[in-house]
Ligand binder design. Structure first.
Ligand code: LMR
Length: 398
């Protein structure tokens, strides 16, 4: 019936499949963005285990959730995204629906936007997460790109970024990585966020914040600062947030789609259509991940333990960043990799070519995304020397 060519393997999750099939002992997967502890495990956080134990004892039904998910999740999610002392959650301008992960949140927002504003263009950074373009195009929206990363200076291409945002037509949509830019690890500084905020307000485009790494950059409050700065201007925005990384709940598929309207009335009307988009897609979300997050965010002891665990994770990523940069310097590679220490979040754009990525995989069984993205949060202390040796080898010889 179908005469289809094979679809290409997913650039990130396809790597995980290839890694699983590699029989080499000592193989290292630095492809997919999954945190590992220093023993190479992706453990269930202690706060999560405790919350699950409490749920096991208290859960009394498996009946459907509402289309928008658990009733308590919005009032727990909004202060986390917008600030514990923000006036926005109580203003009626903010609506939140539980979503199956950050990807699900983006797709719900995309389906809503396709209906609400079908002729709009979605602007996406160059480079970006490998799935962004696919999500918006699958919803039927046109996409375009804005410059972001300056590969020569391993930093933000600030002037090009801001001028491109200044030229985005009113009514278009701009996807912004709220923190820990994926794949580059390069975030706008405070002054640049203020510029972005001013441009969004003056030009009238709609920001969509992809907020998948809150707590992995500098801290829960620090990582939302860009969002807060932009929203302080009064512009409407979407926030597509994920609890996959900061709660380690990858396979529970738990995130949220939040819309901040210009007015409470706009938010209420938009929410009714967001619910239509959800109902015609997956009807209503699964409950387990949301129940865990709600328990942790609402019970003081669990919340304190979760925040401590998150700090440990963030500190370990910084230690691995330092180990990688210092390890490469010690091997005398003919480039300065100090920038790796200043990038934020799980990923580093190590400045290696696709041919070097292939050589890393083929000769050393170290897996990275072909764009040159390395998941620094996947390296352990025990593996650090091998990763540095492998990188030094391909940098010198490929
Ligand atoms: C990543 O970028 O590796 C993660 O966000 C996982 C994914 O779904 O691609």
């Amino acid at each position: 019936m179908f005469n289809l060519d094979m679809a290409p393997a997913d650039p990130i999750l396809g790597l995980t499949d290839a890694f699983r099939n590699d029989p080499a002992p000592g193989k290292i997967n630095l492809g997919v963005g999954v945190y590992k502890d220093d023993n190479g495990r992706t453990p269930i956080m202690r706060a999560v285990k405790k919350a699950e134990q409490r749920l096991l004892d208290s859960e009394s039904t498996k009946s459907y959730l509402a289309i928008s998910g658990l009733p308590t999740l919005p009032s727990l999610t909004q202060p986390l995204l917008l600030g514990e002392d923000s006036d926005l959650p109580g203003s009626g301008r903010v609506v939140t629906a539980q979503a199956p992960g950050g990807t699900g949140a983006l797709r719900v927002a995309a389906d809503f936007l396709r209906k609400a504003t079908p002729d709009t263009t979605v602007w996406i950074s160059t480079p970006t997460w490998a799935n962004h373009t696919g999500i918006f195009q699958a919803a039927g929206l046109a996409t375009n790109n804005y410059p972001y990363y300056d590969a020569a200076r391993q930093g933000l291409d600030r002037d090009a970024f801001l001028s491109a945002l200044d030229a985005v037509p009113a009514g278009d949509i701009v996807v912004l990585h709220a923190c820990c830019h994926n794949p580059s690890g390069v975030d706008p500084d405070e002054a640049t966020w203020r510029e972005v905020a001013g441009i969004a307000a003056a030009r009238g485009w709609l920001p969509i914040f992809d907020f998948a790494y809150q707590g992995f950059g500098a801290g829960l409050a620090e990582d939302r600062a860009g969002i807060v700065t932009v929203l302080d201007t009064g512009v409407p925005a979407f926030i597509c947030s994920s609890y996959s990384k900061n709660f380690g709940l990858y396979n529970e598929r738990i995130g949220a789609v939040t819309f901040v309207g210009e007015t409470a009335d706009e938010a209420e009307r938009a929410f009714s259509h967001i619910k239509v988009a959800i109902r015609s897609n997956y009807s209503n979300p699964p409950s387990h991940g949301g129940s865990i997050v709600a328990a942790i965010l609402s019970e003081d002891d669990l919340r304190a333990e979760w925040e401590d665990e998150l700090t440990v994770m963030r500190d370990r990523i910084f230690a691995m960043r330092k180990g990688l940069a210092d390890g490469l310097a010690a091997r005398g590679v003919d480039r300065d990799f100090d920038f790796i220490k200043h990038q934020k979040g799980m990923f580093s754009f190590a400045g290696i070519t696709p041919a070097q990525v292939d050589a890393l995989r083929e000769r050393h069984h170290v897996y990275a995304v072909r764009s040159g993205r390395i998941n620094v949060a996947g390296i352990t202390s025990a593996e650090m020397d091998r990763v540095c040796d492998a990188l030094a080898d391909v940098l010198a010889n490929d």
